[in-house]
Design a protein around this ligand. Structure first.
Ligand SMILES: [Zn+2]
Length: 78
């Protein structure tokens, strides 16, 4: 019977899928994890006087889009 092998194959594929899903999820979560900053007052960007939009603050961001982009450019450069 090939049915059994097929099931095993599906299990393996699913396991593989779950492993990579988890890895991707962990990557996303570490990137999306709420940030904290000693200078963050809950409203303003920690690097400039820009008020961070509430939607962005809800994501746990402590920087405005501009400073976040600049930071990512700094940290991703090799
Ligand atoms: Zn800023």
């Amino acid at each position: 019977m090939s049915g059994h092998n097929f099931t095993e194959l599906m299990d393996q594929a699913q396991e593989e899928q779950e492993r990579s899903n988890r890895a991707a999820l962990e990557r996303i979560q570490s990137k999306a994890a709420p940030e904290t900053h000693p200078d963050f007052d809950g409203k303003h960007c920690v690097e400039c006087p820009t008020i961070i939009p509430i939607a962005r603050r809800n994501l746990g961001k402590v920087r405005c889009v501009h400073c976040q982009t600049a930071l990512e450019k700094r940290t991703t450069r090799r």
